[in-house]
Design a protein around this ligand. Structure first.
Ligand SMILES: [Ca+2]
Length: 126
């Protein structure tokens, strides 16, 4: 029996492998994104608990200040990590970075109060 007949040519094989990997990559991306979303949702819930379920600005500001450890006016990735630890959310650094990037909508490297308030007040992570 000639085995070569059942084996596709190299090009087809490479394409097949690439498409398989592509699918796996996409699935991993989706799983990652879902995890980040659920972590953001959880963070929001815990922040709301801290504020006694009020989204009043003065309350949010006082919570925000607690987590802006160096009083820079924004929460850095390190400060976010500390905040999550305080909220009892333990995750890998890669998730913390992805969460920070998601909240930091103006991409200045810090979660400003407005961005923080957005996270707590609006819930896009249902
Ligand atoms: Ca920002």
């Amino acid at each position: 029996m000639d085995v070569a007949i059942s084996i596709p040519n190299d090009d087809a094989f490479v394409k097949y492998v690439e498409s398989t990997w592509q699918i796996m990559d996409n699935q991993q991306d989706t799983a990652f994104t879902d995890k980040v979303k659920s972590l953001l949702g959880m963070t929001r819930q815990r922040l709301l608990m801290l504020s006694n379920n009020t989204d009043e600005e003065f309350k949010l500001r006082s919570i925000f200040k607690q987590f802006d450890l160096n009083n820079s006016g924004g929460i850095s990735i390190l400060e976010l990590a500390a905040m999550l630890a305080k909220l009892g959310i333990v995750v890998d650094q890669k998730y913390i970075e992805a969460m920070h990037a998601d909240i930091d909508t103006n991409r200045n490297g810090l979660i400003d109060f407005d961005e923080f308030a957005n996270l707590v007040i609006y819930n896009p992570y249902k």
